[in-house]
Every structure is written in C-alpha cells, then in structure tokens.
Design a protein around this ligand. Sequence first.
Ligand code: CP
Length: 329
Amino acid sequence: PSHLLTVDSLSRDGVDHLIRIAERMEPIAQRRKVTRVLEGAVLGNLFFEASTRTRISFNAAFCRLGGSVCDTTGFTFSSMAKGESLYDTSRVMGGYVDAIVMRHPEQGSVAEFAEATQVPVINGGDGPGEHPSQALLDIYTITKEFARLGKPLAGAHLLLTGDLRHGRTVHSLIKLLSLYDPLRITLVSPPGLEMPQHLVDLVASRGHRVDTRANLAENFDDVDVIYATRIQRERFTAEMSENFTELTSDFVVDKGFLDRRCAPTTVVMHPLPRDSRAGANDLSTDLNGDPRLAIFRQTDNGIPMRMAIFAHLLQVEALIEKDLRDVRW
Ligand code: CP
C-alpha cells in the first residue's frame, strides 16, 4: 500500500497534485456538496498522544467522503497497554480497517507500524519526527494566503519561530518549502531549541537563504509569513527543564510586535495548539480577530487537504467529481 509517513516521499509535482485535489474538495469541506465515494470504507484513528485538530479533522474528512471511523485515543484503549508490539497491532488493524491514521510519541514508530500492515498508513505525528499532513495543509494555506494578497510565493520571506527542535510540524514544513523556488527562511528559537542542523543544511543545499536570529527584538518588516510554534515542554529532558528560563517578551508574537516590527500584510500562522497557560509566550490571544492572524483559516484548510490525502491514497480522486450531490440539509 501507499503510505504518507514523511514528506520525503513527496516531489514538488506531488505537492501540487494534492493541492489541486484539495481545491476540488472545498465545496465538500464548505458543506455545499456531499459525496458517498468512500461508502463502506472504515478508517482506524490510532492516537497514542493528545490531539484535537489532527484526529478530528481526519475523522471528519473521512466521514465527509462517505466513510466510517473507528476512533481511539491513549495507550489504554489498545492491548499495547498489555505489552503487545507495534508489529502485532499493525497486522491485526490491517484486517479490520481500510486506512489508518496514527500518532505516537516515539519518532519512527509510525513507519515501523506501517511496515507490517496491508492498508495505507498516515503519520499523524511521531514524537519530534514529522507531521506530513500538517505541513501539506500549511503549504496549502501559504499558497491561498499569497493568492489572497496577490503576491508571488517565489522569493518570499518566512520566519519560523518557537521550539524548532521538537516541532515536528516545522520539520516537515521546512522540507516541503525546500521544494519551492528559492525562498528566504529566518529561524528564531530560544537557546537549545534550534532547528536540527541537517534540516538547515538540506534547505541551504537547495538554494534557499537561511538566516538565524537570537530573538524577535528587531525589525522584520520584509517578512511575509510568521510561523510560530509552541514550546514543547512535554519533550524536555529533566536537564532541559532545569536549565530552561521562561521566555522573555523577545519571543512573543503579539499585536505589539506585529504593529511595531512587521509589515501590515504579514500572515501569522501556527500549527496549534497555542499554549494559553500563564508564562507561555508563543502566540498572543490579543491578535484574535485580527485579519493578519491566519490560524483558523489554516485549521479550516485541514479538512480539504486531508480529504485530498485520502482520495489520493485510496485512489478515488477521479470518482469524486461524478459522485457529488448538492447538500439537502
Ligand atoms: N496541529 C496539530 O497537530 O494539532 P493537534 O495536536 O490538536 O492534532
């Protein structure tokens, strides 16, 4: 079977193809059309880590294509809590369902799981590894935002900030960005949470300009997109937790920073969740309702892109157009 485990399996043509399918899924995502093309198919959603967006939007996308979903969360839902291996779980699940979305705290675990099964597996996030469907919906969002603003993507300047070490979304996203015409990418992260060097080297080797900055305390008025990320304390070692000082205002993306330091058309993205607890400073709620804040346009884009992923992996993309009906409710 075809899987989506890492964005390494995607070429630029492959990304463009998925974006074109996602565009055709918009009437379904916007509840203007319905299809039953996946009628009879069952998705297994195996989430061994917390999730709101990925789990529920994959679930909704499969249902909107006419399929049904077995939805599960946490280690205790499965017999892995009794010591069952990824291999056995995978062999069993492949006999029950037609596609699997899996999230797991260990990097590489979803790929290991996929080796043993007979059905397509989508990596919904493997520890600090990758999150390919998030990166695809992020690229889809970036192309839509540039089209909305009437700007070309070629030569754009993107600023990635936050926990670039543990952020699997930025690991997948920076690889996808590297497939595009030369871009400028600026990386800003607290000490110890930098983007892995092999990813910086990969992007630079493909002709992109990569800069790093120590904080956000300077002008970024030529930046087109700010992509903020959450500090992933749950992935810190005890030593990292001990040595990590709270983020200063130099790392906060908020209204003051945007108004003072950035261009008026800057697009602000974040894979979410943003951390709303005291002392967390990834993306301020004072931007709620601001048109520069694209985070909820971004989450909405998750449904058509995840439908596109299913349509492609289950090879029903050509059938959907013929099966579309107007909504009757
Ligand atoms: N962006 C994202 O993966 O969100 P969830 O953790 O809620 O799925």
